[in-house]
Design a protein around this ligand. Sequence first.
Ligand code: ARG
Length: 461
Amino acid sequence: MARKKLWGGRFSSDEDPLFAQFNDSLPFDRELLEADIEGSLAYARALERAGIFSPAERARVEKGLRAVWKEAVRDPEAVLRSGAEDVHSYVEQALHAHAGTLALKLHTGRSRNDQVATDLRLHLKRKETGIARELDRLLETVADLAERHPDVVIPGYTHLQRAQPVLFAHYLLAYGEMFLRDRDRLREALRRIDVSPLGSGALSGTVYPVDRKALAADLGFASASHNSMDAVADRDFVLDFLFFASVLMVHLSRLAEDFILYNSSEFAFVQMDDSVSSGSSLMPQKKNPDALELVRGKTGRVFGHLVGMLTVLKGLPMTYNKDLQEDKEGLFDAVRTVDACIRMVRRVLEKVLIQPDRMREAAVHGHLNATELADYLVARGLPFREAHGLVGKIVMRASELGIPLEELPLREYQSFSPRFEAGVHAALGLERTVARRKEPGGTAPASVRKALGAFRRRIRS
Ligand code: ARG
């Protein structure tokens, strides 16, 4: 008995149930249902333009496809219950109930190979557009938070050691830059995904005179693919997304790590809102920054999906191989994860409480103005290297006395060098230290104000 499959003709025995379950992709590729129906609608129109469907046939198929979509919306589980092999088989089978053999005719010149490549591009393109919107919102949230705290000073760190004071807004805009680059990468991915493989057939092109350019335009793609073999074998657009997603997750995870640290009582620079924290089942005093810990943790699975997909592709002979069915689950998971993480980080930032006094306190202690002191000596003729050495010794002295550099008495300074004069303490003030970094890209309030304005414009461009 021939199998009841799209391809059953040449088979004499039934499928082993173990194989069927192993091979079937409907449980996960039903996520492509809307894209598959859209692709089929456009393909029906292309077949009409090619004279293969009459207008009446096309209309019947169109009506049938819309009915299939409606049924699926009403009862999503019915799709699964159908037991079809994959989403393409499901649509054909379900359409058959409405349009009879026209459902089979719709497959004229079309293979599931160009079909799945088209579906996945349509689907991912839409998801990418949504994620781009979320990213825009996150960028605005970062700008808003920076704008709300224009003069708050925070210690800047290297090696997680207090290094130099910076504006909190300056620090935040560093993340803004990362997210802007992420948006660039996403736009580039959107540009490359915008190609229609439909009309490539199984691998060698189609014998039917479908106008592939018109078909591409009908589906909202910028162009039609140039090579039928590449069209069905290519999943670079999946890699593009996963790479974008991985780098974005690096940035979200670094921000998460910073804020988890800053939220600890050791730092206490920020306070996570109760509504995005959770407690401990044992220790009543605990309020844990779970939202950000999850963002940091979920980064791993997104990296995993990128490496997984690279590995699936690396040894594939041309053109389509069933390995490519493995392109979906990781991708869908990455899409969901990234979307959720952007939204979560945004919510956390919208609600976070900033503790300017704690930040300032940390910036005052730890000799973050030591570089400033060296610059003071440089301005009085000492070569920087020598000034550096001398200030190192002064820092040691101040540490011994347990006081900040700006409280070290003048006579102490003068015991290190006669170049120190009465103005030295004024030169060491926190605000002054910050304000002196006024070249573009620096942390001076005037520069940061300008940078913030430019950042807003860049977000909106
Ligand atoms: N479910 C398949 C996939 O996701 C559809 C393409 C099947 N093509 C084939 N030649 N078996 O890749």
